[in-house]
Design a protein. Structure first.
Length: 156
């Protein structure tokens, strides 16, 4: 069984210890395989910061290798497959940025190994390889009150 990591707010620690990880956004639990390269394992933390999370926790857990999960790049069609197959595809990918793993069930407290604080968010912002590119100025992409959004709207 592979160790998986779910990124959340440290404020959820007590609730997670008591009741596990409940499905949230889109009624799923997002996670990544735990890797030595924290940039890859925690790549979504910086994106979550845009939604108001200030202090982060990484929840390490295990689920059976043959469990059905969803896997794919964040902006492309996802496929339902066994966890071990998804991890194999992910590990063999040339560019690991932007991949998502999620499961449409609760992670039980007995499946959780540990919860640890992440010192600061790392990863990409907006999308992988966005550094040096202007963000999309459309109303769907711009977050109200976000950094330099007024300037981006004017330059359209």
């Amino acid at each position: 069984m592979a160790v998986l990591v779910h990124i959340t707010s440290i404020e959820n620690e007590a609730a997670i210890k008591r009741a596990g990880i409940k499905p949230g956004y889109r009624n799923v639990v997002f996670f990544m395989p735990h890797m030595k390269d924290c940039f890859i394992s925690h790549q979504w933390a910086r994106e979550l910061k845009r939604f108001g999370i200030k202090n982060f926790a990484a929840v390490d857990f295990k689920i059976p290798d043959d469990e059905e999960i969803w896997f794919g790049k964040y902006h492309l069609q996802h496929e339902k497959m066994e966890l071990n197959k998804a991890i194999s595809l992910f590990m063999n990918a040339e560019d690991k940025l932007g991949y998502e793993f999620f499961i449409d069930r609760k992670i039980e407290p007995r499946e959780i190994i540990k919860i640890r604080k992440i010192p600061k968010p790392m990863g990409w912002r907006y999308q992988p390889h966005a550094h040096g590119k202007k963000p999309c100025p459309c109303p769907r992409c711009l977050q109200a009150g976000g950094y330099k959004t007024k300037k981006l709207k004017v330059s359209q």
